[in-house]
Design a protein around this ligand. Structure first.
Ligand code: HEM
Length: 431
């Protein structure tokens, strides 16, 4: 990002046939994401890139289609549903701890990025489909997603620079093949869920997020989602729900590996609030410092580096003309590190979210989950799962990153290290 991106309220981003504008000012960002969502719908390039995977589903749809989908999907993220999903999160974390115990014994380095993606994908598989990632179908989805993630953002730079707004961006065969495989496997998981729904001998198999979405009915005509629409919507849960959380947790554990005093404070908090037991759902809200470590990691490394929109018509924003077809980039990455809105923007300081200091934060300058009607549907889910993961892993292990000085962030589908971060773990023993 050009240095100015961290200083200006609004400005051009690079030079291209199509105007690209970065908007940082929290008031103007609020207006784009809340008041003027018809003028600034979801960005056409992003829709095009995700269409082969998730069709015109919740994350990318607009207008009436989006409203219907959001109403039908929302109950899957109700507080009560997440409370029920918590046991599945604990089981996935328990299995992951088993794997890390083996890694601690062997002393072998492993990829932190991969390990976090595996864990968060397992949580999505268990909470959405009641199926652990160890099952063949879920593992296939995970592996094909990794191929999709690695290749989808390789959109040719020339297309970005010379392409017109709303022109079609060709995707590579490797991406399209991965999408076909993912959709086939998601279809199988959905069929299994539908079968267990019909099977009265399996009362537990039906208690998952997929079932809630299958049971949803359109408020106007009473129709459920078709099988294809279910693949679209549940594909979004997978897409939006595991790479995002994995990305920020990778950064959080990397930072903790460099700052042992943060791990010590997390451990002290767990000892005071929970003692030696497993962390229960009721404990999560007591782990304020652990949660603030996660929030601060989300500030400095927001998984969605950019939240892109397109101007559907020529308009003005704070006196600046925005041409029809302009790409309007809301960049949590730049807003969260902006010199006008943050004290010591580049410092990792979880206590800025403490009750004493939170009142000093600039309103609207923190938006890792977006805002307005399109705000992340899974934000509470992500906060709870991540607090649990941080607490349960940090209380048991020390993380040691290799070649930490070479770690560089890049914007892909999510904010990722350019090269995998290799770590070793050792069992933590109280001094
Ligand atoms: C730390 C983790 C996460 C981050 C940072 C994050 C971030 C975001 C952001 C910024 C948006 C808004 C995008 C826009 O306005 O264009 C969004 C939307 C969405 N997210 Fe998340 N997300 C996270 C986790 C999750 C999880 C765990 C799920 C589901 C299991 C999820 C499901 C969704 C869905 C369905 C939408 C679309 C909402 C709509 O357009 O109505 N997200 N997310």
């Amino acid at each position: 990002m050009p240095a100015d991106a961290y200083k200006v309220p609004i400005g051009p981003l690079g030079y291209s046939r199509r105007s690209i504008v970065i908007v940082n000012d929290p008031e103007w960002v609020r207006s784009i994401m809340t008041d003027a969502i018809e003028i600034f719908p979801k960005n056409d390039l992003m829709k095009g890139a995700l269409h082969p995977l998730v069709g015109d589903s919740l994350f990318v749809s607009d207008g009436e289609t989006w409203k219907r989908q959001r109403r039908m999907v929302e109950p899957a993220f109700s507080f009560i549903r997440i409370t029920k999903a918590f046991a599945a999160m604990q089981n996935a974390v328990g299995d992951h701890i088993g794997m890390l115990d083996q890694r601690a014994d062997s002393g072998e380095p492993f990829s932190l990025d991969f390990s976090m993606s595996h864990l968060t994908a397992d949580i999505i598989c268990r909470t959405v489909f009641s199926s652990s990632i160890a099952s063949g179908t879920a593992l296939d989805v995970f592996e094909s997603f990794a191929v999709f993630e690695r290749n989808v953002s390789n959109v040719k730079l020339s297309h970005l620079i010379f392409g017109k707004a709303w022109s079609k961006v060709p995707q590579s065969k490797i991406v399209l093949d991965a999408c076909i495989r993912i959709r086939e496997q998601l279809g199988k998981l959905i069929d299994d869920c539908l079968a267990s729904q019909d099977n009265s001998n399996d009362p537990d198999g039906s208690d998952n997020l997929a079932r809630t979405v299958m049971d949803a009915r359109d408020g106007d005509d009473g129709r459920p989602f078709t099988r294809d629409e279910l693949i679209d919507q549940l594909g979004v849960f997978f897409l939006a729900g595991h790479e995002t959380t994995a990305s920020v947790l990778t950064w959080a554990f990397f930072i903790i590996s460099e700052r042992p005093e943060i791990a010590e404070r997390i451990r002290a908090e767990i000892q005071t609030e929970v003692g030696n037991q497993h962390i229960a759902f009721e404990d999560i809200r007591k782990l304020a410092y652990t949660r603030n470590v996660f929030r601060e990691a989300l500030r400095l490394y927001p998984p969605l580096t950019f939240i892109p929109r397109v101007a559907a018509e020529t308009t003005t924003l704070g006196g600046h003309k925005i041409k029809k077809g302009a790409m309007v980039m809301i960049a949590p990455w730049a807003i969260h590190r902006h010199q006008l809105y943050w004290d010591h923007p580049d410092a990792f300081d979880p206590d800025r979210f403490s009750p004493q200091r939170e009142k000093d934060l600039v309103r609207g300058a923190y938006l890792p989950f977006g805002q307005g009607p399109r705000v992340c549907a899974g934000a509470t889910f992500a906060m709870i799962e991540s607090t649990l993961i941080l607490a349960e892993l940090v209380r048991r292990f020390d993380f040691h990153a290799e070649a930490a000085e070479k770690v560089v962030p890049v914007a892909r589908l999510t904010t990722r290290p350019r090269e995998e971060i290799m770590v070793r773990v050792t069992a933590y023993s109280k001094p």
